[in-house]
Design a binder for this molecule. Structure first.
Ligand code: ZN
Length: 216
């Protein structure tokens, strides 16, 4: 009997953990020439499949978007036909940006920039309401960025890379167990001017160590 209680407790615990990952209700058109009535739920697993892996950057992007959408689409499905977004160049952040907002470079609804404060600037097309969302100072452990910079130089050993992965995975757990309103700051930007940039030579930093040997 005790064994079954343990199983039940474990099931409840894992359920609670998975529920902490953000989920998004979206609305799109229902076929290539269709009407706006197709609702779906996008999960962190969907984002992971699109991006290639689950990582702290993906979760930061998802939670940041969730906070921004509380202002732009409060208690409503995210209308992926009515948004445009500017993202910092991180491969994780940009993938979340286009997946969740429907913004695309070729339709002038997405571009990448480094010259603004925060992670994203997101704008509704119909009423031009615009918000910026930033990760609060002190939330991300500084070791992740300092070791990350050495990893970008390809100067971490295989075992050091594994250690960095653990730091990032621990940070992911911290993120999903925290109150997102304490992690991020969302600010409205009045009269925001959409000024697309075409720079496209950012470094894709999540593939630089792809041929690294295993830690022995
Ligand atoms: Zn990533």
């Amino acid at each position: 009997m005790k064994f079954y209680w343990l199983l039940l407790l474990l099931a409840v615990a894992s359920c609670n953990t998975s529920k902490k990952f953000p989920e998004f209700e979206t609305i799109d058109t229902d076929f290539s020439k269709g009407r706006l009535n197709h609702k779906q739920t996008v999960t962190i697993n969907d984002l992971e499949k699109f991006h290639g892996h689950l990582c702290d950057g993906l979760v930061v992007g998802a939670l940041a978007t969730q906070e921004a959408m509380k202002v732009l689409y409060s208690n409503q499905a995210i209308d992926r036909t009515n948004l445009r977004i500017i993202s910092k160049p991180s491969p994780c952040l940009t993938d979340v940006a286009i997946y969740l907002t429907g913004g695309r470079y070729q339709f002038n609804t997405f571009y990448v920039d480094t010259d603004f404060e925060g992670l994203y600037i997101i704008q509704r097309i119909d009423d031009l309401k615009t918000v910026t969302v930033s990760l609060n100072k002190g939330v991300k452990p500084t070791a992740i960025d300092s070791l990350g910079n050495i990893a970008i130089q390809q100067n971490l050993s295989p075992c050091e890379i594994d250690n960095l992965r653990k730091l990032e995975d621990d940070f992911t757990q911290t993120l999903i167990q925290s109150d997102p309103t304490k992690l991020f700051t969302v600010k409205e930007i009045p009269n925001f001017q959409w000024s697309p940039k075409t720079k496209n030579d950012y470094l894709k930093i999540d593939i630089l160590n792809k041929n690294l040997l295993d830690c022995k």
